[in-house]
Design a protein around this ligand. Structure first.
Ligand code: GLA
Length: 691
């Protein structure tokens, strides 16, 4: 049994590798659980994200970490050796000193000390018989500043014929689960929409079904300043008076009629459900242009994404000029600001207002990106010392969304502690609020200074909680685990942002996530009530990716009007499974059953253990299929790295006790009462009552 566990664990760790006999490169192992003292570990990159370079030599393969780092690899008694060239990356300019160690079942079998500027040194370890190999980097005795440590050309050698099987062979992969779109009309989320008094409203009702569909707003007399066009399904105009305005939309075709209650809430809050749309970064990075944005807007309509609720079409970095890149790319060259201080756009964006108008003409909203620092993360002009001017430009051009990215702000930041981090966001939040149009404010500072606590107060409709996402399993899984600490802060108008979607063809690849991993990504982002920003090239959309993005029952979880994000309620570390729960406005609960192991296994919701009594009706949301009524537990076999998403609705005798009851009642939500939670034994990062 023990042997089997090791073999499985070893197999689970190795997602893919190059073709050579029985060797596996370090970066091809599944390094989701690698510990690093700072930064994000990425295949073939230093901890700062550069090419690996030690002593002036570049290494194409390996992993860059930061001391203190450790990585426990279950090699299952089958590995023979490990070897690498190690050293401190040149990116720290000759500083830093570290010690690299390899341990076999806890015993040090190889050790090499290195300091900044040294050439890479060889480390070789005998692993014969070891169940686990641990790769460790500690500081060289002078603290861990600048300790950017590289494992270059790092390879495990296995006994012939014992190389772990590839992930794809360990588990079945899910195909398209979303049923074909129904012919009957359906009015999709959201059910609540926020706008500020006197600001222009642009809301396109998302409706699916066979056309023609006649849509009606169901209110004989609309307020005079509001208009609904049944042919475009756009609600526009403005309302001066704060309050809730209720409508019942009707959509009718030859197959049936759908009705939906809709509330327009005029007040302070925007994004009463998480924003949905498209963002150019993961698709084009620094290669974005006016032409690509117009094409993206066209494609959003052509693919019918607007009918499922995707509303924003956002330009990320690189609409501004960029002094550094401008040296080699004339489209980015030129003075950064006009004489009056207003921002110059680069020549790929000849008409910012024209572009926003074009996006609006499709019933979509336009967004853009800046940094509170002098430069954005891509080195384009940021808003530092021009914040008000920039906010005015965005409004004058007609933009509806600003992603505001910390980037170079650290170099100019003043003040201490939290103030140093929050100040630029409060400032821009105030300036955006002063504009004559609603501009959604999206904070991007990777979760620093506990942003969920203050992001909403700064005027943010959402805030990133992690570093940048990539289309790899470690990145997605790491992003998921990170949400466990923040769920209680998400609420209507103020959302945790788990970063943009990496489904489909991105700027990095043709999609490195397996189909099962794609299901986990989309299911969990909906469970988190995260903004859903599509991050792929829409002109290369494939049927599978489209099916992931357009399942209305799954999207309805993300858009649920209660706005409570999922909490991690059960985690089985030995089996690598997680159960997340999210209360929904209609009294039901959504559950995600995540199997992070590489092999298929049964994952169960044990009702009593979670404080659930009575009977619950289960609906499989991806397949849009009822599974029956369950009394004690609901169990399902989940393929490796996949997530099964279900909705449980109360039936006979159904009731909730803590901890699910606490989650349902928002007992631990904002303001998160740490003392009360502690007294009740609830972990600050979730729901101790269940675990
Ligand atoms: C940062 C952000 C990304 C993207 C880039 C643009 O890395 O986190 O989402 O906006 O900057 O340079």
């Amino acid at each position: 049994m023990q042997g089997k566990i090791f073999a499985l664990a070893a197999a689970a760790m190795f997602a893919a590798w190059h073709a050579a006999a029985d060797e596996i490169r370090l970066e091809d192992t599944e390094f989701a659980n690698i510990k690093t003292g700072w930064g994000e570990v990425r295949a073939r990159k230093s901890i700062d994200g550069n090419a690996l370079k030690v002593g002036g030599v570049e290494y194409p393969n390996g992993l860059g970490v930061h001391a203190m780092s450790s990585y426990r690899v279950p090699v299952g008694g089958n590995a023979l050796s490990f070897s690498a060239k190690v050293g401190v990356d040149d990116e720290v300019g000759g500083k830093g000193s570290v010690v690299f160690r390899v341990l076999a079942d806890g015993y040090v079998v190889a050790e090499v000390a290195a300091k900044g500027g040294d050439a890479a040194k060889e480390i070789k370890a005998d692993l014969a018989g070891a169940k686990f190999a641990t790769l460790e980097v500690t500081d060289g005795g002078d603290g861990n500043y600048y300790d950017h440590a590289d494992w270059c050309d790092a390879v495990f050698v296995f006994k012939p014929g014992t190389k772990p099987r590839p992930l794809a062979e360990l588990t079945r992969q899910l195909g398209i689960l979303t049923p074909p779109e129904a012919k009957e009309p359906r009015i999709n989320a959201p059910a609540r929409y926020g706008a500020r008094p006197g600001r222009p409203i642009l809301f396109k009702l998302p409706v699916t079904g066979e056309e023609p569909i006649a849509v009606d707003i169901g209110r004989a007399a609309l307020p005079r300043t509001l208009a609904f066009d049944p042919s475009t399904r756009i609600l526009s105009g403005s309302l001066d008076k704060e309050g809730e305005y209720e409508f019942v939309f009707t959509a009718k075709n030859r197959h049936g009629t759908a009705k939906k209650r809709f509330t327009l809430v005029i007040g302070e809050k925007l994004c009463l459900t998480p924003p949905m749309g498209y963002n150019s970064w993961n698709a084009f990075a620094g290669g974005v242009s006016d032409e690509k944005m117009r094409l993206a807007a066209d494609k959003m309509i052509e693919l019918g994404l607007d009918k499922h609720g995707y509303a924003f079409c956002n330009i990320d970095d690189f609409w501004q000029r960029n002094p550094e890149n401008g040296k080699s790319d004339p489209t980015l060259a030129g003075p950064e600001r006009h004489e009056d201080g207003s921002i110059w756009v680069n020549s790929r964006f000849p008409d910012m207002k024209g572009l926003a108008d074009y996006i609006h003409s499709k019933g979509l909203k336009a967004g853009l990106y800046s940094s509170p620092g002098p430069y954005t993360c891509g080195g384009c002009t940021g808003s530092w010392l021009h914040e008000l001017q920039d906010a005015k430009s965005y409004a004058a051009w007609g933009y509806d969304y600003l992603k505001y990215d910390w980037c170079s702000y650290g170099a100019v930041a003043t003040g201490d502690g939290r103030d140093r981090h929050t100040r630029p966001y409060f400032l821009m939040g105030r300036y955006l609020r002063m504009q004559p149009r609603d501009i959604v404010f999206s904070l991007c500072q990777y979760g620093n200074e506990n942003v969920p606590v203050w992001g909403g107060e700064a005027g943010g409709s959402c805030w990133r909680t992690t570093g940048d996402i990539f289309d790899t399993w470690p990145s997605v899984l790491g992003g998921i685990r990170a949400q466990a600490a923040h769920w209680m802060y998400s609420r209507p108008g103020a959302w945790n942002d788990a970063d943009m979607l990496v489904l489909g063809r991105t700027v990095w690849s043709n999609g490195r996530l397996t189909p099962n991993e794609c299901y986990t990504h989309m299911s969990m982002w909906c469970m988190f009530a995260s903004p859903l920003m599509i991050g792929c090239d829409l002109s290369l959309m494939d049927d599978f990716t489209l099916s992931l993005l357009t399942n209305d029952e799954v999207l309805a979880i993300d858009q649920d009007e209660l706005g409570a994000a999922a909490a991690l309620v059960l985690e089985d570390a030995a089996r690598d499974t997680q159960i997340w729960a999210r209360p929904l406005a209609d009294g039901s609960m959504a559950f995600a059953l995540l199997n992070a192991d590489a092999e298929e296994q049964v994952v169960a919701i044990p009702f009593a253990r979670l404080g659930m009594r009575g009977k619950w009706a289960v609906r499989d949301l991806w397949r849009q299929k009822d599974e029956g009524v369950f009394a004690d537990a609901y169990a399902v076999s989940v393929p490796g790295h996949a997530t099964h998403l279900v909705k449980l609705s109360p039936r006979e005798g159904a009731a909730l006790k803590p901890c699910l009851k606490d989650i349902r009642d928002n007992a631990w939500r904002v303001p998160f009462d740490a003392d009360r939670a502690k007294a009740a034994g609830v972990a600050a990062d979730g729901c101790g009552g269940c675990r």
